[in-house]
Ligand binder design. Structure first.
Ligand SMILES: CC(C)(COP(=O)(O)OP(=O)(O)OC[C@H]1O[C@@H](n2cnc3c(N)ncnc32)[C@H](O)[C@@H]1OP(=O)(O)O)[C@@H](O)C(=O)NCCC(=O)NCCS
Length: 172
């Protein structure tokens, strides 16, 4: 696989304008820069940014850990940068950070029609724990899958083998 080099760093207030532009490119109702700033000002919220050699924000992830449970708030990769392992690398970073908190599991909601994201989450080890009917109002009503990854079932250590370029290791 040929892919661009990118680094993963902590999502910080200076990324919020670019984060809003990225979100607008990925979701019909993207979050504003002030929305991202508001999330990042909360002590239980954390996130990571994938940035290329030119400083362009290629992807981001945001999560919250509180009271023993963590929630994935958002995950997105720029359309033109997809399928290069960026979201995988961001998930690695957020899982490592999550397991440093007292969270026993990381939960998320995803449209049941979003096969790409569901495939990614399954590959990370998430399993479906519920279904919320007509949860998303946009583009007609869509069901949401509730997925979870338990701390004791996470293989986050293996993700490190992908290296700094975001390239996957050979399949075991
Ligand atoms: C979902 C999303 C974040 C994936 O980003 P990405 O950087 O392209 O993902 P990666 O390249 O890291 O892919 C990792 C794995 O995810 C799955 N995946 C990614 N793109 C896929 C696709 N088009 N079809 C099927 N599976 C896919 C695969 O398992 C893939 O591993 P593989 O390439 O070895 O098969 C991206 O498509 C996106 O931003 N979508 C719009 C926003 C969104 O739906 N966010 C998630 C819901 S909140």
């Amino acid at each position: 696989m040929s892919g661009p080099s990118f680094g993963v760093t902590t999502l910080a207030p200076e990324h919020c304008e670019a984060a809003a532009a990225l979100h607008a490119a990925c979701f019909s109702a993207g979050w504003s820069a002030s929305g991202f700033r508001s999330f990042l000002s909360q002590s239980d919220v954390y996130g990571f940014a994938a940035i290329d050699l030119d400083g362009v924000l290629l992807g981001l992830v945001l999560a919250r850990s509180a009271a023993g449970e963590a929630e994935l708030l958002t995950l997105a990769t720029l359309p033109e940068a997809r399928r290069r392992g960026i979201a995988w690398k961001l998930m690695q970073a957020v899982l490592e950070r999550t397991w440093q908190s007292d969270a026993q599991r990381l939960v998320l909601e995803v449209s049941a029609r979003n096969e790409t994201a569901v495939g990614l989450y399954r590959r990370c080890g998430f399993v479906e724990i519920g279904l919320r009917r007509d949860y998303y109002a946009s583009a007609g009503k869509q069901d949401a899958l509730v997925m979870a990854l338990r701390r004791d079932q996470s293989e986050v250590g293996d993700f490190d083998r992908r290296g700094e370029t975001g390239q996957r290791p050979p399949e075991a």
